[in-house]
Design a protein around this ligand. Structure first.
Ligand code: AKG
Ligand code: FE2
Length: 537
Protein backbone atom coordinates (compact mmCIF):
# COMPACT_ATOMS: atom_id res chain seq x y z
CA UNK A 1 0.00 0.00 0.00
CA UNK A 2 1.35 3.42 -0.85
CA UNK A 3 1.95 5.95 1.87
CA UNK A 4 -0.83 8.14 0.53
CA UNK A 5 -3.39 5.37 0.86
CA UNK A 6 -2.15 4.54 4.35
CA UNK A 7 -2.39 8.20 5.32
CA UNK A 8 -5.92 8.41 3.95
CA UNK A 9 -6.88 5.30 5.92
CA UNK A 10 -5.38 6.79 9.05
CA UNK A 11 -7.20 10.08 8.62
CA UNK A 12 -10.51 8.34 8.01
CA UNK A 13 -9.93 6.31 11.13
CA UNK A 14 -9.26 9.49 13.11
CA UNK A 15 -12.54 11.00 11.93
CA UNK A 16 -14.49 7.89 12.82
CA UNK A 17 -13.26 7.71 16.38
CA UNK A 18 -16.04 8.37 18.86
CA UNK A 19 -15.11 9.34 22.38
CA UNK A 20 -16.70 9.14 25.77
CA UNK A 21 -15.31 9.84 29.20
CA UNK A 22 -17.59 9.42 32.16
CA UNK A 23 -17.00 11.82 35.01
CA UNK A 24 -18.35 10.92 38.39
CA UNK A 25 -17.99 11.68 42.11
CA UNK A 26 -16.87 14.91 43.63
CA UNK A 27 -14.17 15.64 46.10
CA UNK A 28 -11.85 18.23 47.44
CA UNK A 29 -8.25 17.27 47.90
CA UNK A 30 -5.10 18.43 49.58
CA UNK A 31 -1.84 17.59 47.87
CA UNK A 32 1.09 16.30 49.88
CA UNK A 33 3.00 19.46 49.08
CA UNK A 34 0.32 21.66 50.61
CA UNK A 35 0.30 19.61 53.78
CA UNK A 36 4.08 19.85 54.03
CA UNK A 37 3.84 23.60 53.68
CA UNK A 38 1.18 23.89 56.36
CA UNK A 39 3.46 22.11 58.76
CA UNK A 40 6.41 24.26 57.82
CA UNK A 41 4.28 27.33 58.43
CA UNK A 42 2.76 26.08 61.65
CA UNK A 43 5.07 28.01 63.99
CA UNK A 44 4.37 31.15 62.02
CA UNK A 45 0.67 30.50 62.34
CA UNK A 46 0.94 30.11 66.10
CA UNK A 47 2.83 33.40 66.33
CA UNK A 48 0.14 35.07 64.28
CA UNK A 49 -2.42 33.64 66.64
CA UNK A 50 -0.63 35.13 69.62
CA UNK A 51 -0.24 38.49 67.96
CA UNK A 52 -3.87 38.48 66.98
CA UNK A 53 -4.96 37.64 70.49
CA UNK A 54 -2.54 40.00 72.28
CA UNK A 55 -2.78 43.09 70.19
CA UNK A 56 -5.68 43.16 67.87
CA UNK A 57 -8.74 42.96 70.04
CA UNK A 58 -9.03 44.11 73.61
CA UNK A 59 -11.90 41.74 74.00
CA UNK A 60 -9.64 38.78 73.34
CA UNK A 61 -6.72 40.19 75.29
CA UNK A 62 -8.58 39.55 78.53
CA UNK A 63 -8.53 35.89 77.65
CA UNK A 64 -5.01 35.86 76.33
CA UNK A 65 -3.77 33.19 78.73
CA UNK A 66 -6.79 31.04 78.18
CA UNK A 67 -6.24 31.06 74.42
CA UNK A 68 -2.51 30.54 74.75
CA UNK A 69 -3.12 27.43 76.88
CA UNK A 70 -5.60 26.00 74.47
CA UNK A 71 -3.31 26.62 71.52
CA UNK A 72 -0.52 24.85 73.34
CA UNK A 73 -2.92 21.97 73.89
CA UNK A 74 -3.65 21.63 70.21
CA UNK A 75 0.04 21.86 69.39
CA UNK A 76 0.90 19.23 71.96
CA UNK A 77 -1.62 16.79 70.67
CA UNK A 78 0.27 17.04 67.41
CA UNK A 79 3.20 14.88 68.39
CA UNK A 80 5.76 16.37 65.99
CA UNK A 81 7.59 13.10 65.45
CA UNK A 82 4.55 11.33 64.12
CA UNK A 83 2.93 14.29 62.47
CA UNK A 84 5.95 15.17 60.39
CA UNK A 85 6.03 11.71 58.91
CA UNK A 86 3.50 12.43 56.23
CA UNK A 87 3.67 9.01 54.64
CA UNK A 88 0.72 7.74 56.64
CA UNK A 89 -2.87 8.81 55.82
CA UNK A 90 -3.84 9.29 59.47
CA UNK A 91 -0.90 11.63 60.00
CA UNK A 92 -1.99 13.69 57.01
CA UNK A 93 -5.61 13.61 58.13
CA UNK A 94 -4.61 14.83 61.59
CA UNK A 95 -2.66 17.76 60.16
CA UNK A 96 -5.55 18.83 57.97
CA UNK A 97 -7.95 18.47 60.86
CA UNK A 98 -5.71 20.43 63.20
CA UNK A 99 -5.48 23.38 60.85
CA UNK A 100 -9.03 23.33 59.63
CA UNK A 101 -10.85 22.76 62.89
CA UNK A 102 -8.74 22.31 66.03
CA UNK A 103 -7.19 25.76 65.79
CA UNK A 104 -10.51 27.13 64.60
CA UNK A 105 -12.24 25.68 67.65
CA UNK A 106 -9.80 27.47 69.93
CA UNK A 107 -10.77 30.82 68.50
CA UNK A 108 -14.42 29.96 68.03
CA UNK A 109 -16.37 32.76 66.41
CA UNK A 110 -13.19 34.84 66.03
CA UNK A 111 -11.60 32.32 63.70
CA UNK A 112 -13.08 33.70 60.49
CA UNK A 113 -11.68 37.16 61.02
CA UNK A 114 -8.34 35.69 62.07
CA UNK A 115 -8.38 33.61 58.91
CA UNK A 116 -8.76 36.71 56.83
CA UNK A 117 -5.84 38.34 58.65
CA UNK A 118 -3.48 35.45 57.85
CA UNK A 119 -4.89 34.72 54.41
CA UNK A 120 -2.24 36.81 52.72
CA UNK A 121 0.67 34.92 54.27
CA UNK A 122 -0.86 31.43 54.11
CA UNK A 123 -3.02 31.77 51.08
CA UNK A 124 -4.38 28.50 49.84
CA UNK A 125 -2.20 26.45 52.16
CA UNK A 126 -4.44 26.95 55.16
CA UNK A 127 -6.75 23.96 55.10
CA UNK A 128 -10.44 24.57 55.65
CA UNK A 129 -13.53 22.49 56.33
CA UNK A 130 -13.73 21.48 52.68
CA UNK A 131 -10.30 19.93 52.95
CA UNK A 132 -11.39 17.97 56.01
CA UNK A 133 -14.34 16.64 54.09
CA UNK A 134 -12.04 15.83 51.17
CA UNK A 135 -9.67 14.02 53.53
CA UNK A 136 -12.55 11.95 54.91
CA UNK A 137 -13.60 11.01 51.40
CA UNK A 138 -10.01 10.03 50.64
CA UNK A 139 -9.94 7.70 53.64
CA UNK A 140 -13.24 6.17 52.53
CA UNK A 141 -11.85 5.64 49.05
CA UNK A 142 -8.76 3.95 50.45
CA UNK A 143 -10.97 1.78 52.58
CA UNK A 144 -13.10 0.53 49.71
CA UNK A 145 -10.30 0.10 47.15
CA UNK A 146 -7.95 -1.70 49.54
CA UNK A 147 -10.64 -3.50 51.56
CA UNK A 148 -9.75 -2.26 55.01
CA UNK A 149 -11.69 -2.25 58.25
CA UNK A 150 -12.63 1.08 59.83
CA UNK A 151 -11.39 0.04 63.28
CA UNK A 152 -7.96 -0.98 61.92
CA UNK A 153 -7.69 2.28 60.03
CA UNK A 154 -8.77 4.34 63.04
CA UNK A 155 -6.08 2.58 65.11
CA UNK A 156 -3.52 3.50 62.48
CA UNK A 157 -3.14 0.02 60.98
CA UNK A 158 -3.27 0.28 57.16
CA UNK A 159 -2.57 -3.22 55.85
CA UNK A 160 0.20 -3.53 58.41
CA UNK A 161 1.60 -0.01 58.02
CA UNK A 162 1.32 1.55 61.45
CA UNK A 163 0.66 5.25 61.91
CA UNK A 164 -0.99 7.47 64.51
CA UNK A 165 -4.56 6.72 65.62
CA UNK A 166 -7.52 8.89 64.75
CA UNK A 167 -9.51 10.47 67.57
CA UNK A 168 -12.83 8.69 68.29
CA UNK A 169 -14.69 11.80 67.12
CA UNK A 170 -12.98 11.53 63.73
CA UNK A 171 -14.21 7.97 63.34
CA UNK A 172 -17.73 9.23 64.08
CA UNK A 173 -17.40 12.11 61.62
CA UNK A 174 -16.06 9.83 58.89
CA UNK A 175 -19.12 7.64 59.52
CA UNK A 176 -21.33 10.72 59.14
CA UNK A 177 -19.63 11.71 55.89
CA UNK A 178 -20.00 8.16 54.54
CA UNK A 179 -23.69 8.31 55.46
CA UNK A 180 -24.33 11.57 53.64
CA UNK A 181 -22.43 10.21 50.63
CA UNK A 182 -24.68 7.15 50.52
CA UNK A 183 -21.77 4.82 51.35
CA UNK A 184 -23.94 3.06 53.90
CA UNK A 185 -21.86 -0.04 54.59
CA UNK A 186 -18.79 2.07 55.18
CA UNK A 187 -20.83 4.39 57.38
CA UNK A 188 -21.98 1.50 59.58
CA UNK A 189 -18.40 0.25 59.83
CA UNK A 190 -17.08 3.66 60.97
CA UNK A 191 -19.92 4.32 63.40
CA UNK A 192 -19.33 0.93 64.96
CA UNK A 193 -15.63 1.72 65.18
CA UNK A 194 -16.37 5.05 66.85
CA UNK A 195 -18.42 3.32 69.56
CA UNK A 196 -15.46 1.04 70.30
CA UNK A 197 -13.02 3.96 70.30
CA UNK A 198 -15.11 6.19 72.58
CA UNK A 199 -15.25 3.25 75.00
CA UNK A 200 -11.50 2.60 74.84
CA UNK A 201 -9.57 3.78 77.86
CA UNK A 202 -6.32 4.40 75.96
CA UNK A 203 -7.91 6.99 73.73
CA UNK A 204 -9.60 9.12 76.38
CA UNK A 205 -6.92 11.82 76.03
CA UNK A 206 -8.17 12.32 72.48
CA UNK A 207 -11.78 12.81 73.57
CA UNK A 208 -13.07 16.31 74.09
CA UNK A 209 -16.29 15.98 76.13
CA UNK A 210 -17.71 19.14 74.55
CA UNK A 211 -17.85 17.49 71.17
CA UNK A 212 -18.61 13.93 72.21
CA UNK A 213 -21.75 12.50 70.63
CA UNK A 214 -23.75 10.18 72.88
CA UNK A 215 -23.67 6.45 72.22
CA UNK A 216 -27.43 6.70 71.68
CA UNK A 217 -26.88 9.32 69.00
CA UNK A 218 -24.29 7.15 67.26
CA UNK A 219 -26.57 4.11 67.34
CA UNK A 220 -29.50 6.11 66.02
CA UNK A 221 -27.41 7.21 63.05
CA UNK A 222 -26.29 3.62 62.48
CA UNK A 223 -29.95 2.63 62.59
CA UNK A 224 -30.69 5.12 59.83
CA UNK A 225 -27.81 3.77 57.76
CA UNK A 226 -29.29 0.26 58.10
CA UNK A 227 -32.72 1.61 57.32
CA UNK A 228 -31.61 3.29 54.12
CA UNK A 229 -29.71 0.15 53.26
CA UNK A 230 -32.98 -1.77 53.37
CA UNK A 231 -32.02 -3.71 56.55
CA UNK A 232 -35.10 -2.85 58.55
CA UNK A 233 -34.65 -5.42 61.34
CA UNK A 234 -31.13 -4.24 62.15
CA UNK A 235 -32.41 -0.69 62.03
CA UNK A 236 -35.21 -1.41 64.49
CA UNK A 237 -32.86 -3.14 66.92
CA UNK A 238 -30.52 -0.15 66.88
CA UNK A 239 -33.32 2.35 67.33
CA UNK A 240 -34.43 0.37 70.41
CA UNK A 241 -30.92 0.40 71.84
CA UNK A 242 -30.55 4.07 71.03
CA UNK A 243 -33.76 4.89 72.82
CA UNK A 244 -32.64 3.09 75.95
CA UNK A 245 -29.29 4.86 75.98
CA UNK A 246 -30.55 8.28 75.09
CA UNK A 247 -34.27 9.05 75.11
CA UNK A 248 -33.77 11.74 72.47
CA UNK A 249 -33.08 9.07 69.93
CA UNK A 250 -34.50 5.87 68.66
CA UNK A 251 -38.18 6.54 68.37
CA UNK A 252 -39.74 3.62 66.50
CA UNK A 253 -42.48 5.98 65.38
CA UNK A 254 -39.74 8.03 63.81
CA UNK A 255 -38.46 4.92 62.09
CA UNK A 256 -41.86 4.23 60.64
CA UNK A 257 -42.26 7.79 59.48
CA UNK A 258 -38.90 7.56 57.77
CA UNK A 259 -39.81 4.30 56.13
CA UNK A 260 -42.90 5.90 54.69
CA UNK A 261 -41.60 9.31 53.75
CA UNK A 262 -37.87 9.16 53.00
CA UNK A 263 -36.66 8.40 49.54
CA UNK A 264 -34.32 5.42 49.94
CA UNK A 265 -30.64 6.17 49.66
CA UNK A 266 -29.06 3.47 47.58
CA UNK A 267 -25.77 1.92 48.50
CA UNK A 268 -23.22 2.78 45.83
CA UNK A 269 -23.26 -0.29 43.59
CA UNK A 270 -19.99 -2.08 43.02
CA UNK A 271 -19.81 -2.00 39.26
CA UNK A 272 -17.74 -4.65 37.53
CA UNK A 273 -14.90 -2.39 36.63
CA UNK A 274 -14.58 -1.41 40.27
CA UNK A 275 -13.98 -5.02 41.28
CA UNK A 276 -11.29 -5.28 38.65
CA UNK A 277 -9.92 -1.88 39.59
CA UNK A 278 -9.70 -2.82 43.25
CA UNK A 279 -8.05 -6.16 42.44
CA UNK A 280 -5.49 -4.60 40.10
CA UNK A 281 -4.73 -1.79 42.55
CA UNK A 282 -4.04 -4.36 45.25
CA UNK A 283 -1.65 -6.39 43.07
CA UNK A 284 0.94 -3.68 43.43
CA UNK A 285 3.34 -5.19 41.03
CA UNK A 286 4.00 -5.25 37.38
CA UNK A 287 1.43 -7.61 36.08
CA UNK A 288 1.49 -9.28 32.73
CA UNK A 289 -1.87 -9.92 31.15
CA UNK A 290 -2.86 -13.50 30.54
CA UNK A 291 -2.31 -15.20 27.17
CA UNK A 292 -2.94 -14.64 24.33
CA UNK A 293 -2.11 -11.01 24.97
CA UNK A 294 1.21 -11.85 26.57
CA UNK A 295 3.96 -11.11 24.08
CA UNK A 296 6.93 -13.34 23.45
CA UNK A 297 9.37 -10.48 23.67
CA UNK A 298 9.42 -9.05 27.14
CA UNK A 299 12.74 -7.29 27.28
CA UNK A 300 14.89 -5.30 24.87
CA UNK A 301 17.19 -2.30 24.82
CA UNK A 302 16.44 1.04 23.19
CA UNK A 303 19.22 3.29 21.96
CA UNK A 304 19.00 6.98 22.48
CA UNK A 305 21.29 9.65 21.09
CA UNK A 306 24.42 7.59 21.52
CA UNK A 307 24.67 3.84 20.93
CA UNK A 308 25.98 3.14 24.44
CA UNK A 309 23.20 5.21 26.05
CA UNK A 310 20.62 2.47 26.22
CA UNK A 311 17.35 2.00 28.01
CA UNK A 312 16.04 -1.33 29.13
CA UNK A 313 12.43 -1.82 28.07
CA UNK A 314 10.01 -4.51 29.16
CA UNK A 315 6.95 -5.01 27.04
CA UNK A 316 3.88 -5.60 29.18
CA UNK A 317 1.30 -6.03 26.47
CA UNK A 318 1.17 -6.00 22.67
CA UNK A 319 -2.44 -4.98 22.26
CA UNK A 320 -2.68 -2.37 23.56
CA UNK A 321 1.05 -1.82 23.24
CA UNK A 322 2.37 -0.94 26.70
CA UNK A 323 5.87 -1.13 28.08
CA UNK A 324 8.00 0.09 30.93
CA UNK A 325 11.41 1.66 30.36
CA UNK A 326 13.83 1.91 33.24
CA UNK A 327 15.84 4.93 34.38
CA UNK A 328 14.74 7.35 31.71
CA UNK A 329 15.64 10.14 34.12
CA UNK A 330 18.15 10.32 36.97
CA UNK A 331 17.33 10.97 40.63
CA UNK A 332 18.65 14.50 40.25
CA UNK A 333 16.48 15.13 37.21
CA UNK A 334 13.39 13.80 38.99
CA UNK A 335 14.07 16.01 41.98
CA UNK A 336 14.82 19.01 39.77
CA UNK A 337 11.45 18.66 38.04
CA UNK A 338 9.59 18.49 41.36
CA UNK A 339 11.41 21.59 42.61
CA UNK A 340 10.82 23.42 39.36
CA UNK A 341 7.04 23.16 39.69
CA UNK A 342 6.71 23.67 43.45
CA UNK A 343 5.36 27.16 43.08
CA UNK A 344 3.13 26.53 40.14
CA UNK A 345 1.20 23.43 41.14
CA UNK A 346 -2.54 23.87 40.80
CA UNK A 347 -5.53 21.70 41.43
CA UNK A 348 -5.87 19.17 38.61
CA UNK A 349 -8.09 20.09 35.70
CA UNK A 350 -9.45 17.96 32.91
CA UNK A 351 -11.24 18.52 29.65
CA UNK A 352 -10.27 19.75 26.20
CA UNK A 353 -9.97 23.37 27.27
CA UNK A 354 -8.34 22.40 30.57
CA UNK A 355 -10.82 24.59 32.38
CA UNK A 356 -12.81 22.17 34.49
CA UNK A 357 -11.49 21.66 38.02
CA UNK A 358 -11.23 17.94 38.19
CA UNK A 359 -13.64 15.96 40.23
CA UNK A 360 -12.30 12.66 38.96
CA UNK A 361 -8.69 13.49 39.59
CA UNK A 362 -7.42 14.44 43.00
CA UNK A 363 -3.98 15.88 42.51
CA UNK A 364 -2.06 19.09 41.92
CA UNK A 365 -0.35 19.64 38.61
CA UNK A 366 1.81 22.01 36.60
CA UNK A 367 3.02 22.27 32.99
CA UNK A 368 6.55 22.77 31.69
CA UNK A 369 7.07 23.66 28.04
CA UNK A 370 10.31 22.62 26.38
CA UNK A 371 11.41 26.24 25.91
CA UNK A 372 11.18 26.88 29.65
CA UNK A 373 13.86 24.53 30.79
CA UNK A 374 17.01 22.88 29.55
CA UNK A 375 16.01 19.71 31.36
CA UNK A 376 12.59 19.61 29.67
CA UNK A 377 14.29 20.00 26.29
CA UNK A 378 16.73 17.22 27.00
CA UNK A 379 14.01 14.90 28.28
CA UNK A 380 11.85 15.56 25.25
CA UNK A 381 14.81 14.67 23.03
CA UNK A 382 15.34 11.46 24.98
CA UNK A 383 11.68 10.52 24.59
CA UNK A 384 11.93 11.13 20.84
CA UNK A 385 14.88 8.76 20.66
CA UNK A 386 13.24 6.08 22.77
CA UNK A 387 9.86 6.16 21.03
CA UNK A 388 10.93 7.17 17.55
CA UNK A 389 8.17 9.77 17.66
CA UNK A 390 8.32 13.52 17.10
CA UNK A 391 7.66 15.63 20.20
CA UNK A 392 8.54 19.08 18.81
CA UNK A 393 6.69 22.11 20.04
CA UNK A 394 6.12 24.74 17.37
CA UNK A 395 5.22 27.69 19.54
CA UNK A 396 3.56 30.14 19.46
CA UNK A 397 1.13 29.26 16.66
CA UNK A 398 2.15 26.02 15.01
CA UNK A 399 0.61 22.67 15.87
CA UNK A 400 2.78 20.73 18.31
CA UNK A 401 3.74 17.08 18.21
CA UNK A 402 4.23 16.88 21.96
CA UNK A 403 2.42 18.49 24.85
CA UNK A 404 4.22 20.32 27.63
CA UNK A 405 5.43 18.02 30.42
CA UNK A 406 2.68 17.68 32.98
CA UNK A 407 4.05 17.20 36.50
CA UNK A 408 1.53 15.77 38.96
CA UNK A 409 1.59 15.47 42.76
CA UNK A 410 -0.92 13.15 44.42
CA UNK A 411 -1.58 13.62 48.13
CA UNK A 412 -3.69 11.78 50.68
CA UNK A 413 -5.53 9.01 48.85
CA UNK A 414 -4.85 10.90 45.60
CA UNK A 415 -6.16 9.06 42.58
CA UNK A 416 -7.33 9.39 39.01
CA UNK A 417 -10.46 7.51 38.04
CA UNK A 418 -10.70 5.21 35.02
CA UNK A 419 -10.39 7.19 31.78
CA UNK A 420 -8.69 7.28 28.39
CA UNK A 421 -6.18 9.97 27.54
CA UNK A 422 -7.48 11.17 24.14
CA UNK A 423 -9.83 14.12 24.43
CA UNK A 424 -13.57 14.08 23.79
CA UNK A 425 -13.30 17.32 21.88
CA UNK A 426 -10.32 18.92 20.16
CA UNK A 427 -8.40 21.05 22.69
CA UNK A 428 -8.92 24.79 22.60
CA UNK A 429 -5.38 25.66 23.71
CA UNK A 430 -3.68 27.61 20.92
CA UNK A 431 -0.48 25.57 21.26
CA UNK A 432 -2.26 22.32 20.52
CA UNK A 433 -4.47 23.49 17.69
CA UNK A 434 -4.53 21.04 14.78
CA UNK A 435 -2.17 18.71 16.59
CA UNK A 436 -4.46 15.76 15.93
CA UNK A 437 -4.80 13.34 18.79
CA UNK A 438 -2.82 12.03 21.73
CA UNK A 439 -1.54 8.87 20.06
CA UNK A 440 0.84 7.91 22.82
CA UNK A 441 1.30 8.54 26.55
CA UNK A 442 4.76 8.61 28.07
CA UNK A 443 4.38 8.65 31.86
CA UNK A 444 7.47 8.95 34.07
CA UNK A 445 7.28 8.14 37.78
CA UNK A 446 9.19 10.79 39.73
CA UNK A 447 8.85 8.95 43.03
CA UNK A 448 8.46 5.51 44.50
CA UNK A 449 5.21 5.00 46.36
CA UNK A 450 5.42 2.90 49.50
CA UNK A 451 2.03 1.34 49.01
CA UNK A 452 -0.73 1.94 46.45
CA UNK A 453 -0.67 4.45 43.61
CA UNK A 454 -0.27 1.87 40.82
CA UNK A 455 -1.32 2.66 37.28
CA UNK A 456 -3.84 0.04 36.20
CA UNK A 457 -5.47 -0.78 32.86
CA UNK A 458 -8.85 -2.07 33.93
CA UNK A 459 -9.77 -3.68 30.62
CA UNK A 460 -6.34 -4.97 29.62
CA UNK A 461 -5.65 -6.27 33.13
CA UNK A 462 -2.29 -4.54 33.55
CA UNK A 463 -1.06 -3.20 36.87
CA UNK A 464 2.13 -1.17 37.16
CA UNK A 465 3.56 -0.16 40.53
CA UNK A 466 5.40 3.19 40.44
CA UNK A 467 9.17 3.01 40.43
CA UNK A 468 11.14 6.22 40.60
CA UNK A 469 12.65 7.24 37.22
CA UNK A 470 10.86 4.49 35.31
CA UNK A 471 8.55 5.32 32.39
CA UNK A 472 5.33 3.61 31.40
CA UNK A 473 4.54 4.10 27.74
CA UNK A 474 1.52 3.08 25.74
CA UNK A 475 -0.27 3.81 22.49
CA UNK A 476 -3.82 5.15 22.84
CA UNK A 477 -4.47 4.28 19.19
CA UNK A 478 -3.96 0.86 17.73
CA UNK A 479 -1.96 0.38 14.52
CA UNK A 480 -5.18 0.74 12.48
CA UNK A 481 -5.44 4.13 14.15
CA UNK A 482 -8.58 3.30 16.07
CA UNK A 483 -8.76 4.67 19.56
CA UNK A 484 -8.00 1.66 21.69
CA UNK A 485 -10.68 0.96 24.31
CA UNK A 486 -8.29 -1.39 26.06
CA UNK A 487 -6.27 1.64 27.14
CA UNK A 488 -8.86 2.58 29.77
CA UNK A 489 -6.65 3.18 32.78
CA UNK A 490 -6.58 4.75 36.23
CA UNK A 491 -4.22 5.97 38.94
CA UNK A 492 -4.94 3.93 42.09
CA UNK A 493 -5.27 5.86 45.34
CA UNK A 494 -2.00 6.39 47.18
CA UNK A 495 -2.15 4.34 50.36
CA UNK A 496 1.18 5.06 52.03
CA UNK A 497 3.55 7.74 50.81
CA UNK A 498 3.34 10.34 48.09
CA UNK A 499 3.24 10.02 44.36
CA UNK A 500 4.77 12.22 41.69
CA UNK A 501 4.51 11.60 37.98
CA UNK A 502 5.32 13.48 34.82
CA UNK A 503 3.37 12.95 31.59
CA UNK A 504 4.34 13.68 28.02
CA UNK A 505 1.54 13.21 25.52
CA UNK A 506 2.59 12.67 21.95
CA UNK A 507 0.31 13.83 19.14
CA UNK A 508 -0.54 12.64 15.67
CA UNK A 509 0.84 15.79 14.06
CA UNK A 510 4.36 15.07 12.81
CA UNK A 511 3.99 11.39 13.56
CA UNK A 512 1.73 10.14 10.79
CA UNK A 513 4.74 8.77 8.92
CA UNK A 514 6.74 7.88 12.01
CA UNK A 515 4.06 5.65 13.38
CA UNK A 516 2.46 4.19 10.31
CA UNK A 517 -0.77 2.30 10.06
CA UNK A 518 -0.62 -1.48 10.09
CA UNK A 519 -1.21 -3.32 6.84
CA UNK A 520 -3.73 -5.71 8.37
CA UNK A 521 -6.53 -4.93 10.82
CA UNK A 522 -4.91 -7.01 13.54
CA UNK A 523 -1.36 -5.72 13.07
CA UNK A 524 0.47 -5.21 16.35
CA UNK A 525 2.91 -2.51 17.30
CA UNK A 526 5.87 -4.87 16.86
CA UNK A 527 4.82 -5.63 13.30
CA UNK A 528 4.73 -1.98 12.30
CA UNK A 529 7.84 -1.03 14.23
CA UNK A 530 10.49 -1.97 11.67
CA UNK A 531 9.09 0.98 9.72
CA UNK A 532 9.84 3.33 12.54
CA UNK A 533 12.97 5.41 12.64
CA UNK A 534 14.66 4.32 15.83
CA UNK A 535 16.99 1.71 17.03
CA UNK A 536 16.52 -1.09 19.46
CA UNK A 537 18.51 -4.19 20.00
O1 AKG B 1 -1.26 8.52 37.99
C1 AKG B 1 -1.35 7.59 37.20
O2 AKG B 1 -0.82 6.50 37.46
C2 AKG B 1 -2.10 7.74 35.92
C3 AKG B 1 -2.16 9.15 35.47
C4 AKG B 1 -2.97 9.33 34.24
O3 AKG B 1 -3.62 8.46 33.80
C5 AKG B 1 -2.96 10.62 33.53
O4 AKG B 1 -2.32 11.56 34.02
O5 AKG B 1 -3.61 10.72 32.48
FE1 FE2 C 1 -4.33 8.94 31.84
Amino acid sequence: MSNEIRLAACLTAILLVATSIVMTSSEIFTSSLKVERMIMEEEKLLQEFKRYIDYQYDRLKMFSNFYADRLRDVRMRANPEIVNDLQHPNAVYNVIKRFASDYANVLGENYESFRQVVQSSFGQFLADVNDVRGARLSLLRLQSVYNMKALDMARGDYLGFQGPPLAPLDAFEIGQTAFTEGKLNLSIDWLNASLALFASTELQHLVNPVYRPTDGGIKALMGRAYLFNGQVHEAEALYDEAKLLDPNHGDVGELERELRSQPRLQSIPHVDYFQNFSRLCSLENRHYPAEPNNPKIVCRYREAVLPYYRFKEEILSLAPFASVIYNVVSDQESDHLKNFVKNRLERGKVGGDNSTVSEIRTSDLAWIWDNESQLARSMAKRIECITGLDTSQRLPDGPSSGEAFQVVNYGLGGHYEVHMDPFDEPPKQAELKDSGERIATFLIYLSDVQRGGSTVFTRAGISVAPMKNMALMWYNYDPAHQRDDLTHHAGCPVLIGQKWICNKWIWTYGNTFRRRCGLTPGATQLEIEPDMKRGYL
